[in-house]
Structures are given as structure tokens and as C-alpha cells.
Design a protein around this ligand. Sequence first.
Ligand code: F6R
Length: 366
Amino acid sequence: ELGPYRHFMQKEIHEQPRALADTIDAVINAGSFDASLFGANAEAVLSGITGIKILACGTSYYAGSTAKYWIESIAGLPCDVEIASEYRYRQAFADPRHLVVTISQSGETLDTMEALKYAKSLGHTHTLSICNVQESAIPRASELVCYTRAGAEIGVASTKAFTTQLAALFQLTVVLGKLHGKVNAEQEVDYLEQLRQLPGSVQHALNLEPQIAAWAERFATKANALFLGRGLHYPIALEGALKLKEITYIHAEAYPAGELKHGPLALVDEAMPVVVIAPNDSLLEKVKSNMQEVRARGGELFVFADQDSNFSASEGVHVIRTPRNVGVLSPIVHTIPVQMLAYHAALARGTDVDKPRNLAKSVTVE
Ligand code: F6R
């Protein structure tokens, strides 16, 4: 069942255009972002809420962290994101007008389930689950549900489940934006068009695999790596560092690039590869000056820049060009290269890609 692929992880990385197309299918077919995507009574619930609280673990938490940028800027609602295992053990402030969104591909993660129960015990009645497994525990315990359609994910390191979570969260954002008067008909058409082009842009990013595999050879010998991003791409830097840690056992950390000089710059020398996610957005110039700080300390830069970023390679600066800038959906497209970088570095190191040591696919214990 692996077909032409060597591992499930590689197969699942390549399934992303299809998984995304399936996840956005209902919106594309309807030609609009309709609240009914989230259940029959979703419109009433989603129009009445005044904020969002997202609870999740691991990769799903990074999907939520990306969604915070979307929800606050596009839907104009306050959004906070918290690691489920932290939330469940603190005396949290609960505003019952806020919607609790849990994100869990398995739907069985104990910490996320317990965080949901805890939120309810604090008075939250409005809850929404984004999940990849039909009728699993967390969606069953939630008022509203949106299933991603990634299909079964076998590799322990999450890939297609993550990008489809992002697609679902983007759809939620636009639905909320419409209901709260922040997204007008013209903008909706625009978002629809961007979503329609998403599977194709992801396919273009997949075509970069040979170039990324060549980079990965050099990563395989490193002991550490830094990942940098800003804004919407900061959570993708986090996801890239997590994938690298999980399957290559290389120590990797991610920072919002603006934080460099507040500490991590001290780590940078010739031995530290620095991966930068640098598409052409409003923060690009800032990212470029952060990159100069790295170069000045001898750090080797590996830059993912889109066609519009206007970057060229130079001494110590390697550049791979991702597809044309895709606007707010850019974090989804830029997830693909960091997944492939981790995958190929793991291949070069000969680790067990689909079953990394010490990890389980579904974490049903604390
Ligand atoms: C990392 C990974 C984990 C999961 C986390 C939550 O690649 O897969 O970090 O994201 O264990 O799992 P779910 O989404 O099933 O709640």
C-alpha cells in the first residue's frame, strides 16, 4: 500500500493536495463559506460568540497558533491558543461567550479531552472540535464538529492531518468573518479563489523534493538547527523544528525571527544551520535584516522564499523558491518544504521515520 513511496510519511506528505481538496470540497462546491459546515445549529452558535479559545497539543497546537493570526485579522475576534495539558491544570478565566475550539487529529488525545471537560466545568457551553477521525471521543463530546478529510494517517509524525486542520481553521475563520460582518461578499469570493488554488500550490511545493533532499544531506550531520519565521509563518517554523526533532533526533528550536537578538543569537556560529521561512509578506524586510544578523555571526542560512520574495543565493545563503505568493494561505504551502526537509534528513540518518523512538500515534495517557 506504499505504492512508489519508501515510508508512510513520504506517502502522506504527497497525499496533501488530495487531502486538502477533499477537506475544502464542500466549500468549493457550494461556492460559499457556510456555517452549516460545522453542524446544523452552527450559525446561531457562531454568530453569538465574542471570542475564541483554542486548546490542543503538539502539531495540532501549532495549527491553532496559525489560526489565531487568521481569526484576529480576518474575523476580528479575540483568539487565544493554549496547550491543553497546561490549561487543564490551571485556574483559567472562562468567558461563556467564547467558543472553545479543540483541535485533535486522532480525537482521542487525553490531555485535549480533559481540557475540553475542564472548559465545560468552568461554564463554557459552546465547543467545536476539529478532528480527522469520525465519531472519536473529542468530537462526540463537542457541540459543533468539523471533520478534516485527510484519510488515515499512519506515520507517527503528523503531516496531512496538520495541513488539513489548517484548511478547516481557515474555513472557520471566513465563516466567522462573514457572520460578524468582517468579510463582505467580494472578500468571500477572493478567499474562495485562494482556497481553490491551494491544492495546486501545494503540488508545486511538492515538486521541490529533489532540491530539498539535497539540503537534507547537509542537515543530517548537524547536532542543532534553528528555524525562524514571523507572523503567520512563525507557527510553521515551530512545526518544522518539531518534525526535525521527532524523526531525526536533531535538536531544533524555532523562534519568531524578531526574538533572535533577545537571546538565541548567542547560539549562532558556523555549526548552526538556520532555516528561514521568508515568503513575500509585510514582514519580509524585517526577516531579511534578521538574516543579516545570522550571517554576521557565520550562521549558514537555508531560506524558503516564494517567487515574489526577490532573494538570491550568496555565500552561506542557500535559497529554495516556493511557488508564487499565495497570501493568507501561505503557511499551508510553506509547511510542505519543512516536512520534506525533516523526512529527507531522517532518511540520510537512517532513523525509523514512521515510528520514531519513544512516541505513539495517539496519546491516550498523560
Ligand atoms: C507530531 C504529532 C503530535 C500530535 C499531538 C496531538 O507530529 O503528531 O504532536 O499532534 O500528539 O495529537 P492529536 O492531534 O491527535 O490530538
